[in-house]
Design a protein around this ligand. Structure first.
Ligand SMILES: [Zn+2]
Length: 249
């Protein structure tokens, strides 16, 4: 293939812009905040589950507390009724009196036991409330952290997008200067060889594969017409001669 040396040189500019665009796309994919937001989303969903569990536990303890309190009330009511009967002198025989007194004593004991249960439930309820409050605090902090990370991610993504737009615009202008057949060859090679289709020959070395050309190859290149489109023998990329190619010697 033949191409004006000026157009061959333009290929290097195009390559530089394509490489820059590739780096920008990679940067956009790997913004650290993307992973951070994902991590915080996972944490938030975990906290959501833990909060739901804490809420359920509080509901259970509420029911348990109401039940224990109603048990206490029942026993107390019965003891009070018995005490009133005793005070009102509604007892006819000493045996009945003894029975009533013993029932009152046993009801008081039972009341004491049930009150212990109420206290125990209240204590556990307090713990569960503390746990819920802690989880809510953590949830709030994680949500704030997430929104800050999301904001940084969005800012960085916006900056990258601006840089991409500017590079893409320059690329369009440069590509317009390059003849269609040369551009097509470059595009094909770039797709084939991990994003690099054209490389400079610099001090006897191909910048595409970084390998030094043999003396024989260099001798061939020295006598090749300047409009001849050269290819690296090693990596097959378009090899562009520059003032730094090291062909003078
Ligand atoms: Zn090469």
């Amino acid at each position: 293939m033949k191409a004006d040396p000026v157009h061959q040189m333009r290929l290097l500019d195009l390559q530089e812009l394509d490489s820059a665009l590739g780096r920008l796309a990679h940067r956009a994919r790997t913004i650290p905040e993307i992973a951070e937001v994902q991590r915080l989303d996972a944490r938030l969903s975990e906290l959501q589950d833990q909060l739901a569990a804490a809420q359920t536990r509080l509901g259970d303890l509420d029911r348990e507390q109401r039940k224990a309190e109603s048990d206490v009330d029942q026993v107390r009511t019965r003891a009070e009724r018995d005490a009133r009967r005793l005070e009102a002198g509604q007892v006819s025989s000493p045996r009945e009196l003894e029975g009533l007194q013993s029932e009152i004593a046993s009801l008081r004991r039972r009341q004491g036991e049930l009150e212990e249960i109420v206290l125990d439930v209240m204590e556990r309820r307090e713990e569960a409330e503390t746990r819920r409050a802690d989880l809510e605090k953590e949830q709030e902090a994680a949500a704030e952290e997430r929104s800050a990370a999301e904001e940084r991610r969005s800012t960085t993504a916006g900056e990258i997008k601006d840089e991409e737009a500017a590079a893409a615009e320059r690329r369009t202008r440069v590509a317009e200067e390059i003849p269609a057949d040369l551009l097509a060859l470059y595009t094909r090679l770039r797709d084939q060889y991990s994003g690099v289709g054209a490389a400079a020959l610099r001090y006897g070395r191909c910048e595409g594969c970084k390998l030094a050309l043999s003396t024989a190859e260099l001798s061939e290149i020295r006598v090749a017409p300047s409009d001849e489109v050269l290819r690296c023998e090693d990596c097959r990329r378009i090899l562009v001669r520059t003032t730094e190619s090291g062909l003078q010697a």
